[in-house]
Design a protein around this ligand. Structure first.
Ligand SMILES: *Cc1c(COP(=O)(O)O)cnc(C)c1O
Length: 362
């Protein structure tokens, strides 16, 4: 039997463990922040027709620059954030925002360069950083999971990173950043600043998107995804908005034809049905706020959430609680600071099952 360590693998990959949120077949899956609502019959039909329409041309490569899709996404962002005024030249798409992030690091990171983030945050930021040969610096979030602008700026001044990651709303804590913190980091950062807005559509009223900061700031990149609010995790479509020059940089590192014709057609169909897909977001937000209230009523510590998940604790032995829930058919996520657990917001029925199972598990 050949072992990984027998292979001439890169030294910096030795001893690493792959990304591994457990994928288990359970009745109630509340572990990866998916939208629990599958597409409607109407959308299923439209998706099928879109694939049918292109199936006869699958011998041909797709549009390498995915221009029509980027046009659609620009229009969506302009609706989401009035005044954004984006065109397809300022929007880029790839296979999930993970690939978008990888392309950013390939273009702006790499050997001899450094990326900085504030953990606890999205675990893929340091993973993709290191896989691209970039050094990772964790400058930590504040005790309450927020990020005081003065401290963020001090960390940026100290480490002079080529890429800074700000996640807002943050995963796994749910915390949104005030625009002042993002602006302060942008002013201090010598390199690119990536605001990961995977959960932007779930933010509470009055929390602005970093898209509003784009004009005149060519080192700002705002990333989004269709995996969460858009209920299309299976499609693998992430995107970003930035200055056209940033997109010119990403074109240097992307693989030719990286977005399949099927992906482009399915994503365009989903964006065309965006109103229907996002209609569920209001309900999920309400469900989230109810969940936060219930957990607090039961005496748990709960982080404020602008996302479709909630971080709660504190458990001296969180593994035991996670396992007790799993044994009752409810899968949540063991992630973030050691005494906390994260639960995604599901349907009302799934949340009732979670509440019941949690009470039994304690
Ligand atoms: C889920 C998530 C992503 C998304 O990934 P996709 O590759 O688009 O599915 C990106 N950033 C954060 C913070 C996430 O939680």
């Amino acid at each position: 039997m050949t072992d990984l360590s027998d292979l001439p693998i890169r030294d910096d990959l030795r001893g690493r463990t792959p990304y591994g949120a457990p994928q288990l077949d359970v009745p109630v899956a509340l572990n990866t922040n998916e939208n629990p609502h599958g597409p409607s019959d109407r959308l299923v039909k439209a998706l099928g027709e879109a694939v049918m329409d292109l199936a006869g041309t699958l011998n041909r490569y797709p549009d390498r620059d995915a221009v029509a899709l980027r046009d659609d996404l620009a229009a969506f962002l302009n609706d989401d954030t009035p005044g954004a005024g984006l065109t397809s030249r300022q929007v880029w798409a790839a296979n999930g925002s993970n690939e978008v992030i990888q392309q950013i690091l390939q273009a702006f990171g790499g050997p001899g360069r450094r990326a900085l983030g504030f953990e606890p945050s999205y675990s893929m930021h340091p993973i993709i950083t290191r896989v691209t040969g970039t050094e990772w610096v964790d400058a930590h979030r504040d005790e309450d999971f927020g990020l005081a602008p003065e401290r963020a700026v001090a960390a940026v001044r100290e480490h002079r990173p080529d890429v800074v990651f700000l996640t807002s709303p943050n995963n796994p804590t749910g915390t949104a950043l005030p625009p002042a913190a993002i602006e302060a980091v942008l002013d201090a950062a010598p390199g690119m600043v990536v605001v990961d807005e995977a959960y932007a559509e779930f933010r509470r009223a009055g929390t602005p998107s970093a898209l509003t900061l784009l004009p005149g700031r060519p080192r700002l990149i705002v990333t989004r995804t269709m995996s969460k609010a858009f209920a299309m995790a299976g499609t693998r479509l992430g995107y970003l908005a930035a200055d056209p020059a940033v997109i010119d940089a990403l074109m240097l590192v992307r693989l030719p034809y990286h977005l399949s014709s099927v992906t482009q057609a399915v994503a365009r169909t989903a964006v065309a049905h965006g109103e229907e897909l996002l209609a569920a977001v209001a309900g999920l937000r309400r469900e989230r706020d109810d969940l936060v209230g219930w957990l607090r009523g039961e005496g748990f510590a709960v982080a404020d959430s602008d996302a479709n998940f909630v971080l709660f604790g504190r458990f001296p032995d969180r593994r035991r609680v996670w396992e007790a829930l799993l044994s009752r058919g409810v899968l949540i996520r063991e992630v973030g600071p050691p005494e906390w657990l994260r639960v995604s917001v599901g349907t009302p029925g799934e949340m009732a099952a979670f509440r019941e199972a949690l009470k039994e598990s304690l």
